[in-house]
Design a protein around this ligand. Structure first.
Ligand SMILES: [Zn+2]
Length: 338
């Protein structure tokens, strides 16, 4: 792995083996030596796909793997752990970067064109794969079409639809699903800093245990209360969208848009007659203010479309402040359409 890669830790730290991956591991171990040269690891966020890819990469490079599991003892495993295995390349987002660039993928071509140093094959992890810009994806396509022999590419994505179909069609798909609620909950409760309300967070995270855990660690409940307060203030003209957008940007644009998307869906369900008790955000006081309005369902769908459009643009060099201002101005318009 290139020593100047700032993402090196993400591709070498020994990750945890999650209980909900066991079925995938046993399926993989049965065909470990006949796997196709490119795998697309896809599924919702928070299921541990990246960690799975790192473990699989180590197993490919290990001198004595058993049942698709690296031994953890050999020289290759040692090199892997310290992030210096010469036959592994990890491609991800550099600090602050919004996309994986064509230069990163071109460097991959050089890496793959050389014979393996110590292992039988060369292994590449691209994660998150959907962060590749169009030029990068086109450059990767050439590698996928004419793969150097003995190479293994692992593409990790939570948003496969953002990858060109030509890339997807050249990879064998490894689908990650949410575990049964009991499995996710047992894991979450056993975490060292488990607290709050794990069942609620797991539900809110759509059943993805790692996402539920990160919501907890990010003080998600406080974040949500702040966002709802702001929406209520905007609705009542006590706040200006521009000032609000600045605050929201500070909380992380992707997180905020993700929450707003879920919230707008809540409002649609309410509009369609679902009881308030079924809403995810019902505990917050500001929720009462916001739901006093009767929103038009068609306008809410337009609002959701706008949020999704912004979300897609997060990987492009767009001004996040302007993006959030636009979303909040739409909210003000929507909440006063009566
Ligand atoms: Zn080993």
């Amino acid at each position: 792995m290139a020593g100047d890669n700032p993402t090196v830790d993400r591709f070498s730290a020994a990750p945890e083996r999650y209980p909900w991956h066991e079925a995938l591991w046993s399926a993989l171990s049965r065909q470990f030596d006949q796997l196709p040269h490119a795998l697309l690891l896809q599924g919702r966020p928070g299921l541990g796909k990246h960690d799975f890819a790192v473990q699989l990469a180590q197993a490919f490079l290990c001198e004595r793997p058993r049942n698709a599991v690296a031994c953890g003892q050999c020289h290759a495993c040692h090199l892997f752990r310290v992030g210096t295995h010469p036959d592994l390349s990890g491609i991800g987002l550099a600090d602050e970067a919004r996309s994986i660039t064509v230069d990163q993928i071109r460097a991959l071509g050089d890496f793959l064109s050389l014979r393996p140093h110590t292992a039988k094959r060369k292994v590449v992890i691209i994660s998150p794969a959907e962060a590749m810009n169009l030029n990068a994806a086109n450059s990767l396509l050439k590698q996928l079409e004419e793969p150097p022999s003995g190479c293994m590419l692992l593409l990790v994505t939570s948003h496969p639809a953002r990858l060109p179909a030509t890339i997807r069609s050249r990879c064998a798909r490894l689908l990650f699903r949410q575990p049964a609620a009991a499995v996710g909950l047992a894991w979450l409760r056993a975490r060292p800093n488990s607290g709050g309300n794990p069942a609620w967070l797991l539900n809110y995270a759509g059943g993805s245990p790692l996402l539920a855990e990160s919501l907890e660690s990010q003080d998600f409940l406080q974040l949500r209360a702040q966002l709802l307060q702001d929406l209520a203030a905007l609705t009542q003209s006590r706040e200006h969208p521009v000032a609000c957008a600045t605050r929201w940007k500070g909380m992380g644009t992707a997180r905020v848009l993700g929450w707003l998307y879920g919230f707008a869906n809540d409002l649609i369900k309410l509009g369609q007659g679902a009881p308030v008790s079924a809403m995810m955000n019902k505990e917050a006081v500001s929720f009462e203010i916001v739901i006093k309005n009767k929103y038009k369902i068609s306008e809410l769908y337009d609002f959701i479309d706008a949020i999704l459009e912004k979300y897609r643009q997060l990987n492009s060099p767009i001004d996040e402040l302007l993006m959030l201002e636009d979303v909040l101005i739409r909210w003000v318009r929507l909440s006063r359409l009566q």
